[in-house]
Write a protein that binds this ligand. Structure first.
Ligand code: ATP
Ligand code: MG
Length: 260
């Protein structure tokens, strides 16, 4: 595994890093170097991501916009190590995740990354508390310790009274709050969310973004959200657009109220 570890400063910066904040001293949690991915469909090669270079810094919430099919989910999957690139690399906290074996990627994800999904992906046969506890126990945490953490998370998402409820009796917004608690129980450095409000009305989308801001901002976390939602885009620190396989910075929300 050590060949995949990068020492700080040992990596040459790509000449065309698109989003390095000027004068920023924040550390990059995610570095993408010439990241490319294609699919073959019906015998034809379809390039989705074409040599993406980017950095996502600690303490920042970035959103990725782009039309349907532009590659947002593909990019998040490469960052989380759910999928691997054709070429180039994704470096997470100094580790080249795209160079690890599937098992190593799963372990790294468990240790350092929290995932939030559009359709919440809660396990219907488990209660709210059991859903939240799961990543903690998978990581090897003790029963008591994980239950304590899950109860704390329940308070953070304002669902204290619903520990024993099953997901199907919760509203969409409540289910997503449980999804967020589950993603954050192991205190990950990096949180990736794929259309987290895509299935929610705009008021609930605003509440979910407020929850992200409360739980993530000011805690040194790195968060990347693929979204179409103006409520989410409007509160992000940085906005990027995927277009024709490349990632471009967009102007700040205050100067571009019409996104996406
Ligand atoms: N496993 C796969 N096999 C073949 N093509 C795929 C596969 N996964 C994604 N694609 C294609 O890659 C492109 C990018 O898909 P992706 O899901 O990343 O888009 P997206 O920006 O997340 O779209 P949306 O906003 O609809 O979620 C699409 O053209 C899609 O059809
Ligand atoms: Mg998608």
């Amino acid at each position: 595994m050590s060949v995949h570890d990068l020492k700080p400063g040992s990596m040459k910066k790509p000449p065309h890093l698109i989003n390095e904040p000027p004068g920023s001293t924040a550390k990059p949690m995610v570095i993408l170097e010439s990241l490319s991915k294609h699919y073959v469909e019906g015998g034809r090669r379809h390039a989705v991501l074409n040599g993406i270079d980017a950095e996502f810094h600690e303490g920042e919430i970035s959103v990725i916009v782009g039309k349907s099919g532009s590659g947002k989910t593909t990019l998040l999957n490469l960052i989380s190590g759910t999928d691997v690139p054709d070429s180039g690399k994704a470096v997470i906290g100094g580790k080249v995740i795209s160079g690890l074996s599937e098992n190593e990627r799963t372990l790294l994800r468990r240790e350092r990354i929290g995932l939030v999904f559009q359709f919440f992906n809660l396990i219907p046969t488990l209660t709210v508390l059991e859903n939240i506890v799961l990543p903690c126990e998978l990581r090897g945490g003790g029963r008591g310790e994980c239950a304590r953490k899950a109860e704390h998370m329940l308070g953070e998402i304002n669902l204290d009274g619903r520990a024993g409820a099953y997901p199907d009796v919760l509203s969409g917004g409540e289910q997503q709050r449980v999804g967020i608690a589950r993603a954050l129980i192991n205190d990950p450095d990096l949180i990736l969310a794929d259309e987290p409000t895509g299935n929610l009305d705009s008021d609930t989308a605003r509440d979910i973004m407020e929850l992200f801001l409360k739980l993530v901002r000011g805690r040194g976390k790195t968060m990347i959200i693929a979204t179409h939602s103006p409520e989410v885009i409007g509160r992000a620190d940085r906005i990027y657009r995927i277009k024709r396989g490349a990632l471009y910075p967009e102007s700040a929300p205050a100067t571009n109220p019409h996104l996406p």
